[in-house]
Design a protein around this ligand. Structure first.
Ligand SMILES: Cc1cc2nc3c(=O)[nH]c(=O)nc-3n(C[C@H](O)[C@H](O)[C@H](O)COP(=O)(O)O)c2cc1C
Length: 255
């Protein structure tokens, strides 16, 4: 059985969607609980800083085009070191799913916030960059998400071929498909290999391509984990591979 954190994030990945109209900021206790959760997600390559400040989240005049949120002043700044945008996406999405598992709404924001205002409240070092913020707050529910690409489009495989894949790969693809991405572009292809899944970023997507891929990577891992397949990411090449630990892939799935 997948561990309880994985289980709750997996369930949240299936039910969440971006919330742009909030019924209010989260209360003080919830804010501090989330702050604790966010600090446990940080690592050498990415950190998440929570603040509740006015003047950062904006609903632009061109909100039909640029999106944007209203009704909350809570945000999580996603900051990466040495350009590791993948890790920012991965860690930021963990925060999104943690919020969703508690019924708290979120929305990744690349554009509709004031960068200069964030820097007033958070120190960002020279080797760091602010890749996005995640607005969060109270919501009456999650709106219907926009349509996502199909598994066939993402993998380039026929439906019958997908149905014949090992369960863990099918589940990983199902959950990856739901991952949020800037302008809902899902700028990545999934490469299915025996015993592995690869993800390759196929567009810079206005500078958010690697962040989007990092988000999808977490979703792949959660889907695999729900079928008791755990592994690590091989980040060396252009295609990033999820490589299961030897003893988690069923013997029958092997040569
Ligand atoms: C890196 C990134 C940047 C985003 N920037 C914005 C933004 O500036 N404004 C906005 O309204 N939504 C933004 N979004 C939210 C996407 O539009 C949303 O995730 C996508 O349409 C899919 O919808 P869903 O999250 O409901 O599944 C962003 C999402 C990501 C992952």
């Amino acid at each position: 059985m997948a561990n309880s954190v994985m289980q709750k994030w997996y369930e949240a990945a299936k039910t969440r969607s971006s919330v742009r109209n909030y019924t209010g900021s989260v209360d003080k206790d919830t804010f501090y609980e989330l702050k604790g959760a966010a600090s446990r997600l940080c690592n050498d390559d990415a950190r998440i800083e929570l603040r509740a400040k006015n003047g950062v989240l904006i609903k632009p005049v061109l909100s039909q085009l640029l999106g944007g949120v209203e009704g909350t002043n809570c945000f999580a700044a996603v900051i990466v070191r040495n350009g590791n945008n993948y890790m920012g996406g991965y860690v930021g999405e963990a925060f999104v799913l943690e919020c969703a598992s508690r019924g708290i709404g979120t929305c990744w924001l690349g554009a509709s916030f004031k960068r200069s205002a964030v820097r007033q409240f958070i120190d960002i070092d020279e080797n760091e960059s602010l890749i996005a913020v995640i607005a969060f707050g109270r919501t009456n529910g999650f709106p219907k998400p926009p349509a996502k690409k199909s598994a066939e489009q993402l993998t380039g495989l026929e439906t019958e071929v997908i149905k014949a894949l090992p369960e863990w790969q099918q589940e990983a693809i199902r959950i990856a498909k739901l991952a949020p991405s800037a302008r809902n572009k899902q700028p990545w292809d999934i490469e299915v290999k025996k015993d592995m899944l690869g993800i390759v970023c196929n567009s810079s997507n206005f500078g958010y391509g690697d962040v989007d891929c990092g988000i999808a990577m977490l979703h792949i891992e959660l889907g695999a984990g729900m079928r008791n397949v755990y592994g690590d990411w091989d980040m060396k090449g252009a295609t990033k591979y999820f490589v299961p630990y030897e003893n988690t892939v069923a013997y029958d799935d092997k040569e």
